[in-house]
Design a protein around this ligand. Structure first.
Ligand code: ADP
Length: 297
């Protein structure tokens, strides 16, 4: 069964600086790099590397950056058949990173906000039993509608409700599985204990919930009648924790699409995410196909 990731993609330009500029000040960066970004693209690549057949359904603009995005997806092994072209600038972010590793980010996300997944007609390619994955970068309306369509088609639907912003109503799309980190879990449920967050989320969607806890691992339950269980994180020397959640969700989706049980799929997701934190960047920071094959197949 295949994985359909409906989400955003863009270009991140990262400038490395000794310190952040003050208002009105210009500083020379010690380094600059351009990389693909967007939670949709990150999760699609993680799912591909975990062994799934994947399509990313997303939107780019009609500009030079769109060609860079398309090339980047193809070079990573993803297909570009799900890319819709909109008369807008391609989404992009400027990321400033200071000597302490702190960052400041400015984003322009016209495509993510204008993308109506219905127009990419992803649902015509999806088959019952496939896995549909969404994140929080599209509008809540688009996210809810895609989840409902996926459910009606008999797909297994996963919502990584991140970024959450003020869009708690994304859950009204009633995904089969919701994945959030601790902060998002607190915001969505008003609870502070991860077990309670999992219980509240399972009850809200009548489905499975996972709350990720960074270096402390994760807590999950497969449904409202199940007692939440915790799993420790794999030991890892973290250098950059950004992207860990995306590798976790992409790997989970891939393994569910391959018919693995929920708990074994989560265990592998935790392993892959622990590798991701030992590597810089987000797009492709998880284990590659060879590493999955060496360790798990
Ligand atoms: P997000 O990136 O969405 O904020 P988390 O920080 O909770 O999500 O990380 C997601 C998962 O990645 C965790 O549940 C854990 O399995 C793994 N992880 C994150 N940080 C570490 C770490 N320092 N060491 C090992 N695993 C980690």
């Amino acid at each position: 069964m295949a994985v359909h990731v409906v989400g955003n993609v863009g270009l991140d330009t990262t400038f490395r600086l000794a310190r952040f500029p003050k208002p009105g000040e210009t500083l020379n960066a010690s380094g600059v790099g351009v990389a693909l970004g967007g939670k949709g693209a990150n999760q699609a690549l993680a799912a591909l590397r975990a062994g799934a057949e994947v399509t990313l359904w997303s939107a780019v603009g009609s500009d030079a950056e769109a060609a860079v995005v398309r090339r980047g997806l193809l070079d990573a092994g993803l297909c570009d058949r799900g890319l819709l072209v909109l008369p807008l600038p391609t989404d992009r972010s400027a990321v400033l990173v200071d000597a302490d590793g702190e960052n400041q980010i400015a984003s322009a996300v016209a495509c993510a906000l204008a993308f109506d997944p219905v127009s990419s007609r992803w649902f015509e390619r999806a088959q019952g039993g496939d896995v549909l994955v969404l994140q929080g970068n599209l509008t809540p309306n688009a996210t809810r509608a895609a989840l409902r369509t996926g459910r009606a088609l008999g797909l297994r639907t996963i919502l990584n409700a991140s970024p959450l912003g003020t869009h708690a109503d994304m859950l009204d799309g009633m995904p089969h599985v919701v994945v959030v980190n601790r902060v998002e879990g607190e915001t969505l449920t008003g609870e502070h204990a991860p077990d309670r967050m999992v219980e509240a989320l399972c009850g809200r969607i009548s489905g499975a919930a996972v709350v990720t806890l960074g270096a402390e691992g994760f807590v999950f339950a497969e449904g409202p009648d199940e007692r939440p269980r915790s799993r420790a994180a794999h030991a890892a020397r973290a250098v950059d924790t950004s992207g860990a959640g995306d590798v976790f969700c992409g790997t989970l989706a891939a393994r569910l699409s391959l018919g693995h049980g929920f708990e074994p799929a989560l265990r592998l997701a935790g392993w892959a995410a622990a590798i991701a934190v030992t590597r810089a960047g987000t797009f492709g920071c998880g284990p590659d196909r060879g590493e999955f094959q060496t360790w798990y197949e």
